[in-house]
Ligand binder design. Structure first.
Ligand code: 3H9
Length: 699
């Protein structure tokens, strides 16, 4: 009947099966197939009830996201969900895998829902800058109540089948084979003459959903939803579900869905969805390149970074040998790891028994000889070339052939490190971001001689430890730090020109950054940046370059850890410090930098244009594979709000001509040391093109 939807009958039960790999997304042909199958079922005199089920690894994972940029072809999902509900004969949804977004909405259009115990259901549209637009905002509150529905739609997190069952979303859990169980369930419903249960006709329990309830919900949602467009639209739809008749509230849902779909926020978040999946596609590393087997890991250095790195592998159930230079350092590191896990036990995230099991996977050592069997070794010692070289020469002697030797360097030349070994093909960068057990991002650095299977292994491992692994090339700072430093540079330069650090941070925060640039330096440590910049061979020949990092470091103002940096700290609160303004004034006078009045527009431009220009350079040099890779790095490692889509996507939304003209304006004002436009940006701006179009043309 259709390529992706089939119709069969088992006795008096029709079975409608969707088979649209990989995730049974509700694209046009699937919608049309289901639409026709419902007609066939309605006309099939021998079928008393139907089961809607999916082949493959999951129930419907939602509407087909790739269709949202084009005109939608009928039948559109809302109409299809209504058609399911309007069917005069009973329909049961049979769920396995994940019923997400339009998938759960389709299931809620059915009259009953059964699921296997391992299934999950959710409405994650908010992660795409959307709202559940096929009646999810109206049907979920009817089944699960207002609070639960809001929690699910605002967090976007799926819930397990047991939770869904407890909350009325799923009617029964099936043990064993889903298809057989679902058919038996449908037969039982028929035998019991169960009513055709139309969710849209159920009342919404609005007894707790007062004005105060919504006000409090909005207040609580503020922290996670700051700046995002869709969450407020979702709350408004649920308010409508409580206060308006179904049809009127549904009309609002339609209108608000269209608003979300047309928003730049949604385009940005959808861009990141696909970009995060594209990062694993490396042009010269196809499926023919097999990853090496990695069952045991060793980490060199039990400091904050090494400990955090080790925890990622422990969390994945992998044994980790943890090596330190001396007993005290090792004990301290082990103590910190234990404390981190104890905090998880306190929060109820793991049991005391699991804690001991996890810690039991660590093999502490002071002896490189204990690394002989490790499949992967990650070095996380000081960011100093001489020390790293020494460690890698020792590893070369101690590790078995084929072991992958990874460096966690954040800036240093990986090729220089690899050159001290007899096996540069086994050397790779694995740059974790602090705190390494929390931050999602992992830059995987490809050296000039890194073997393809070593890269495939690192990319695989990233998935295994649930990181977003992005392949980058060798240069100072790789992609993330290299593109981030110009942003810090401009922030510090503007302080010298008379703008208060907290004012710059506020502009960045209002733009959507999780923290402003100066607060970030205080958090990571002024001394950390000072050391990084001091070690940088290509440091700009400019005494004003990040001058305040040098001066504050010299004054012992190291940031949060010393209670003073760009701010002074009262407890955990950052308080603007007039002393810093005075320091900056004196430094500016010594450097001959005049104070200027700088508006918020210029602050924003200088921060983000500097970032975009460096991002474009990284692309033209091939250090990043795609603009989307730069965006994924910034959305996952640098606190850029997902609704901006990353620096390169943001540039596209502004228009590259505008960005290019802005950069040229600053070049005229400040010279070409920092403000020479990237050749790629210049070319695309002149052609009226975008980074996205450039990337597409290259695939
Ligand atoms: C929606 O439903 C709107 C409605 O409310 C209203 C309409 C009116 N569409 O993630 P994976 C692709 S909005 C198109 O690597 P996993 C994905 O790009 C939607 N494509 O697998 C990838 O392609 P490729 C609400 C999709 O096992 C491949 O499938 N739903 C879609 O790690 C495998 O994906 C969501 O937001 C889609 N909906 O995870 C759910 N989903 O191989 C989004 C996936 O070419 N999806 N693809 O790179 C997910 O969360 C995960 O994909 C899922 C599987 C958990 C399902």
């Amino acid at each position: 009947m259709s390529d992706v939807v089939s119709y069969a009958r088992e006795g008096n039960i029709a079975v409608i099966t969707i088979d649209n790999p990989p995730v049974n997304a509700m694209g046009y042909s699937t919608r049309l197939g289901v639409w026709n199958a419902i007609d066939q079922f309605a006309a099939d005199g021998a079928a008393q009830a139907a089961v809607l089920i999916c082949a493959g690894r999951t129930f419907i994972a939602g509407a087909d996201i790739s269709e949202f940029d084009k005109p939608i072809q009928d039948p559109w999902l809302p109409a299809l969900v209504q058609k399911l509900e309007d069917c005069p004969k009973l329909i049961v949804a049979a769920i396995h895998g994940t019923a997400l977004g339009g998938g759960l909405e389709t299931a809620m259009g059915c009259h009953y829902r059964c699921a296997v115990a391992a299934a999950k259901v959710g409405l994650p549209e908010v992660n795409l800058g959307l709202l559940p637009g096929a009646s999810g905002t109206q049907r979920l509150p009817r089944l699960a109540g207002v609070q639960k529905a809001l929690d699910m739609m605002i967090s976007g997190k799926p819930v397990g089948a047991a939770d869904a069952h407890q909350n009325g979303i799923v009617d029964t859990i099936i043990d064993g084979d889903l298809r057989a169980g679902a058919v038996a369930y449908a037969e039982k419903l028929i035998a019991e003459m169960a009513p055709i249960r139309r969710v849209s006709r159920l009342p919404v329990d609005g007894s707790q959903a007062t004005l105060e309830f919504f006000a409090e919900f909005r207040r609580q949602m503020q922290r996670q939803a700051r700046g995002f467009f869709a969450p407020e639209q979702i709350v408004k739809c649920v308010e409508a579900a409580v206060t308006l008749p179904y049809d009127q509230a549904l009309k609002q849902e339609r209108e608000r869905f269209e608003l979300c779909k047309a928003s730049t926020h949604s385009a940005a978040q959808r861009h990141l969805f696909f970009a995060e999946r594209e990062i694993s596609k490396i042009p010269d590393i196809g499926k023919d390149v097999a990853a090496r087997r990695v069952e045991s890991v060793a980490v060199i250095g039990a400091g904050t970074m090494g400990g955090g790195i080790a925890m990622n592998f422990l969390n994945a159930g992998m044994p980790v040998t943890l090596l330190e230079m001396d007993r005290n350092g090792l004990d301290r590191g082990l103590g910190v790891i234990r404390k981190n896990y104890e905090a998880n036990v306190k929060k109820g995230r793991m049991t005391a028994e699991q804690l001991e099991q996890t810690l039991g996977l660590i093999r502490p050592t002071l002896d490189y000889g204990d690394l002989a069997n490790a499949d992967l070794v990650i070095e996380a010692v000081f960011e100093n070339m001489a020390i790293k070289k020494e460690v890698f020469a020792t590893l070369d002697a101690a590790c078995k052939p084929g072991a992958i030797l990874a460096s966690n360097t954040s800036t240093l030349d990986l090729n220089e490190i690899a050159a001290v070994t007899r096996r540069p093909e086994d050397v790779i960068g694995m740059h974790f971001f602090a705190p390494a057990n929390v931050m999602q991002l992992l830059e995987i650095v490809r050296g000039a001689r890194t073997a393809r299977d070593a890269i495939a292994t690192a990319m695989d491992l990233a998935k295994r430890i649930r990181k977003v692994g992005v392949l980058v090339g060798v240069c100072f700072g790789f992609v993330g730090n290299r593109v981030f430093f110009p942003y810090l540079r401009e922030a510090q330069r503007m302080i010298l020109e008379g703008v208060a650090p907290d004012h710059i941070d506020k502009v960045a925060w209002d733009w959507g950054m999780a923290m402003g640039p100066n607060a970030v330096v205080d958090l990571s440590g002024v001394d950390v940046f000072y050391k990084l910049f001091s070690e940088w061979k290509g440091r700009p020949d400019d005494p004003a370059f990040c001058r305040l990092t040098t001066v504050l470091n010299g004054l012992g103002r190291l940031g949060q850890k010393s209670g003073r940096g760009f701010y002074k700290y009262e407890g955990r609160d950052a308080v603007p410090d007039p002393e810093v303004i005075e320091i900056a004034r004196q430094e500016a006078a010594a450097l001959g930098i005049a104070a200027r009045t700088i508006g918020d527009g210029e602050i924003e431009e200088r921060l983000f244009y500097a970032m975009i220009n460096e991002g474009a350079r990284v692309l033209e040099e091939g250090i990043a594979l795609r603009p989307g890779d730069v965006d994924v790095i910034f959305a996952n490692g640098y606190g850029l709000p997902r609704y901006r889509g990353g620096p390169m996507f943001y540039a596209d939304t502004l228009g590259l001509k505008r960005v290019y003209d802005g950069i040229c304006k600053y070049r005229a004002q400040y010279g070409d040391l920092y403000w020479t436009p990237s050749l790629l940006l210049e070319k695309l701006a002149q052609e009226g093109s975008t980074f996205a179009a450039w990337a597409k043309a290259r695939t």
